[in-house]
Design a binder for this molecule. Sequence first.
Ligand code: PRP
Length: 223
Amino acid sequence: MGAKPRHRPPAARTRPLVIAIPKGRVLAQAIDLLRRAGYAVGDGIRTSRRLVHDAGPLRLLVLRGQDVPTYVDYGAADVGIAGSDVLDEQGRDLYEPLDLGIGRCRMVVAEAVDAPVVDAAPIHMRVATKYPNLTRRHLQARGITAEIIKLSGSIELAPLLGLAHRIVDLVETGETLRQNGLREVETIADVSARLVVNPARLKLRTDQISELIDRLESTAGVP
Ligand code: PRP
């Protein structure tokens, strides 16, 4: 009688944890943070046109910042790094365990230095922004009636061309406002990047996600 074939179950392999990270100015800081947390993120991620990169137990997706919460919400990514500006605007139901302390800037109201809005003047005010929901909430809280004009970028142009009286946008160094003849009227919120987690994945991949949170928590804020 021949020996029975031995059936071995396939090695139990855990797939990488999929993390969505934003391209643009936060990308370099996010890579640096992940490296300091012990993940071997290669240099190619900043130069290559590839949008998926493996780094040991992580699989990184490089996306537009506004799309990170969408990928995490639908479970196309397990976790993500997203700006608090984008999270406030979209209001998705994601677990947000960590302020990563990167991508720091402010959300402000601004207007043209040479065409300030006089609060008492009876104008039909128009406000241009990439953040219509956040802007609407802010204006309502102030009791201001205004038309919100949604744009996708270069918001600072709108007051210069008479498209809007004011803008709501991010300010980091203040250079874009300055070079376009604008001034801050008011700060709405401080902004920074957060780790966000798909709530269902947190239950399914508790160990992997907890390890990521622990590693980032002990690294975030440490220069
Ligand atoms: C962001 C933001 C401001 C600028 C602020 O734009 O919307 O325009 O940076 O930075 P600063 O205060 O350091 O000048 P981004 O460069 O991301 O491009 P966008 O205009 O396409 O939004």
